[in-house]
Design a protein around this ligand. Structure first.
Ligand code: ADP
Ligand code: MG
Ligand code: ZN
Length: 476
């Protein structure tokens, strides 16, 4: 029997606001434990939460960007459970009336087709604190800096049909969050977390199978691995005559497998109810319009524009729009008049490699966009060859000097003067009489040898076009 996997994802993303969702404590990551706390986020008796307006705006941005309907009125609810890192004994979340529902995003599949994935809902909530267990001693610590840091949870429909689709969906969601400048989407720091729900069913069956929920997976790679493992496990349970049980499982990075954490019976009953300390959240049309107008161009639109306006391939457009800063850099580059394809190649090639090697992001590039554009214009103006440009580029990365200065200082200007090149060619031919003879006898492959010799003699400065033309003449 053939089985097909069914996957739905719940993504939690930290919002990049300066302050927490219900108090004015800082959200900064990495501060000493329990220094970003106040009576509100410590859950002292008698305090009242005050909703951070920015959080609502950020959630609205994501809702628009994922084609959701935004609720004119939504509500906060208390999700009750006991845990040491949750001082109030409940988390403020949204339950029956979330801020947004019924959206979708399109993901790209390998054969350059698109697939539409439904977004069930987006809601706002506060994060809990963090327990730190000391392996050497029978004690645990709790850091409450993270309590009250704003999150949005984005819940997908069970529309994903493979671990690869799940990976593509996660990358798409993260890309949108980053384009909107509302979240870092950093999985390692826990600002982008994913719970993956997965079931399998006989191919063609419409009814869903029983799902397992994989919790707290902290890298894209592990999400895909855990899902792939889980698909195999569930299929072998069913083909072995057993039944998949609904449970929460954890991914074991060391053993490359999932393990049961708790079954349905042990699942929490959260006893949700509307939070009486917070009034219903009302969003009027004017506010919605204002937020909608403030949205930047989104990745899909930008990608389409790059293809239609700049004549880039889908592949190039994908890479250049994968993050907003790269796309901005590219547009700044071509705004100076440098040719689009050359800019694209250098940004994705030399520049990406150099930044990568130095652990820098593109907005920390030692070469600003207009400086790279000037270098590339030196190539198209035939001042230097593409090969010399690479040397100049390395120097620019190290020293931050403009291309023109380096070219002048080092005397790298391309030699296009025919008589100067002719003299070098004559010398090369005199020094290599055997090769000349063989070439004339038909071994045309030797052209490369001659070009190489001329380039060596001119330290790479000879204009390759001129060299080729004169060589062809002289050798014939
Ligand atoms: P809970 O709140 O208990 O986690 P939800 O009904 O909100 O449950 O579903 C959470 C996620 O699980 C959603 O992304 C949904 O698409 C997915 N899901 C629900 N049923 C299945 C199933 N049978 N197989 C795979 N995914 C599922
Ligand atoms: Mg869940
Ligand atoms: Zn606080």
């Amino acid at each position: 029997m053939n089985f097909e996997p069914v996957i739905g994802l719940e993504v939690h993303a930290h919002l990049k606001t300066d302050t927490k969702i219900f108090c004015s404590c800082s959200t900064k990551f990495g501060a000493p434990p329990n220094t970003h706390v106040c009576p509100v986020c410590l859950g002292m008796p008698g305090v009242l939460p005050v909703l951070n307006k920015k959080v609502v705006e950020y959630a609205m941005r994501m809702a628009f960007a994922t084609n959701c309907e935004i609720a004119g009125e939504s509500r906060f609810a208390r999700k009750n459970y006991f845990y040491p890192d949750l001082p109030k004994g409940y988390q403020i979340s949204q339950f029956e009336l979330p801020i947004a529902e019924h959206g979708h995003v399109d993901i790209s599949l390998p054969n350059s087709t698109k697939k539409r994935i439904g977004i069930t809902r987006i809601h706002m909530e506060e994060d809990a604190g963090k327990s730190i267990h000391d392996p050497g001693r029978p004690v645990s610590f709790v850091d409450l800096n993270r309590t009250g840091v704003p999150l949005i949870e984005i819940v997908s429909e069970p529309d994903l049909a493979s671990p690869e689709e799940a990976g593509a969906y996660l990358r798409q969601i993260r890309m949108i969050l980053r384009y909107l400048s509302i979240s870092d989407g950093n999985m390692e720091e826990g600002s982008f977390r994913c719970d993956a729900n997965i079931s399998v069913r006989p191919a063609g069956q419409t009814e869903l199978g029983t799902r397992a929920e994989l919790k707290n997976i902290n890298s894209f790679k592990f999400v895909e691995k855990a899902l792939a493992y889980e698909i195999k496990r569930q299929i072998s349970v069913i083909t072995g005559g057993g039944r998949v049980i609904q449970e929460t499982r954890l991914w074991d990075t060391a053993k490359n497998r999932t393990n049961s954490m708790r079954g349905k019976e042990e699942a929490h009953d959260y006893r949700y109810f509307p939070d009486p300390d917070l009034v219903p959240l009302v969003i009027d049309d004017a506010w919605m319009d204002a937020v909608k107008k403030s949205l930047p161009e989104l990745p899909d639109a930008r990608r389409a524009r790059f293809i239609s306006d700049f004549d880039l391939s889908e592949y190039d457009a994908d890479l250049l729009t994968a993050d907003r800063k790269t796309a901005d850099y590219f547009e700044a580059c071509i705004a100076t008049g440098a040719p689009t394809k050359l800019c694209a190649n250098w940004i994705m090639g030399e520049l990406a490699a150099a930044l990568n090697a130095r652990g820098k992001s593109i907005d920390q590039s030692p070469i600003p966009a207009d400086a790279l554009a000037k270098l590339l214009c030196l190539i198209t103006d035939n001042v230097i060859s593409g090969k010399i440009a690479k040397t100049v580029f390395e120097e620019m990365i190290e020293t931050g000097k403009p291309a023109q200065t380096i070219v002048e200082e080092k005397g790298l200007v391309q030699v296009s003067d025919a008589s100067a090149i002719e003299a070098v060619i004559d010398e090369v031919m005199t020094n290599n009489p055997d090769e000349v003879e063989k070439y004339r006898a038909g071994k045309k492959k030797l052209m490369g040898f001659f070009v190489g010799q001329v380039m060596r003699a001119t330290k790479g400065k000879a204009n390759p076009g001129v060299v080729n033309k004169i060589l062809t003449n002289k050798l014939s």
